[in-house]
Design a binder for this molecule. Structure first.
Ligand SMILES: Cc1ncc(COP(=O)(O)O)c(C=O)c1O
Length: 266
């Protein structure tokens, strides 16, 4: 299902009912959705109509929904978006989250709220794969949560990320080739950048890597090699002169790529 860059699979999606058509056409075992600040688009399904919809469509059919709630703690303004479980009268939503985006990926600690229906199956699965997560970091995080430190940290982090994303978007808008389109996420820390059609994200990725700059090329997010002219940029690091310089270098690589293409055509 092709999500809308702003509202994901939400109601009012310009592609109409692709979601409904997919469910009708295929034997669906489960549905994975990221309603809040999806990676890489940063889309947010509007609350409540769009969020309620997948639950009311799938719940009665007995299709589980795996809700990836990983970025939900990072709205730029206002409250955290509500989990799909709020509308789940069928106990089919398995909500998953992580400290990987808010504290550090290295803890390798997240959580799952499967609800009574799927609880035993999830526990069984966990046991069969890794038995359990390491106990000392879990206890340390539990103490941190209880102290209120995590909430203070999140308040600061949201402001920092909002400023970083705005700054990165402004730098990209100012330096990248004309015709570049940039997402406007309302949370999280990634930007989806659509380059003019003739530019190639994989070529940019290679050039950038040689300069020590990390970008994620669009085809990584496609099962069919799509999004060739798209990249995902992360604004999750502290802003520095180096970041600004990196955007400038990417812009120069794109300019060189574009003039190379023009030379070929001439
Ligand atoms: C939407 C989303 N969910 C889950 C994960 C995985 O998080 P973790 O590092 O906690 O495994 C990522 C990581 O990039 C992500 O973008």
């Amino acid at each position: 299902v092709h999500p809308d860059p702003t509202i994901g699979m939400g109601v009012g999606h310009r592609r109409g009912d692709e979601f409904q058509a997919a469910i009708d056409a295929h034997p669906v075992c489960a549905c994975v959705v990221t309603p809040s600040f999806q990676n890489p688009l940063g889309s947010r399904m509007p609350d409540p109509a769009a969020r309620k919809r997948p639950v009311t469509m799938l719940g009665p059919r007995g299709i589980p929904i795996i809700e990836d709630d990983t970025f939900a703690e990072l709205p730029f303004d206002g409250a955290r978006p509500r989990s799909l479980r709020v509308w789940d009268d069928w106990d089919q939503v398995l909500r998953c989250g992580s400290f990987g985006k808010t504290l550090a990926p290295g803890y390798r600690i997240g959580w799952i709220v499967p609800g009574p229906r799927h609880f035993d199956a999830v526990r069984q699965c966990r046991l069969a794969t890794t038995i359990a997560a390491s106990m000392p970091p879990q206890l340390a995080l539990a103490r941190y949560l209880a102290s209120g430190g995590y909430d203070r940290h999140l308040r600061r982090l949201r402001t920092t990320l909002r400023d970083n994303v705005a700054r990165l978007a402004a730098e990209v808008a100012a330096r990248f080739p004309e015709g570049t389109r940039i997402s406007r996420p309302a949370g999280g820390f990634v930007l989806w950048v659509e380059l003019p059609d003739e530019l190639d994200a994989l070529e940019l990725f290679d050039g950038a890597r040689r300069m020590g700059i990390s970008v994620c090329p669009g085809p990584v997010f496609s099962a069919s090699g799509g999004y060739r002219n798209c990249i995902r940029l992360s604004a999750g690091h502290l802003w520095s002169e180096e970041t600004e310089q990196a955007v400038q270098t990417l812009a120069e690589l794109l300019r060189a790529q574009r003039s190379g293409r023009q030379d070929l055509r001439e």
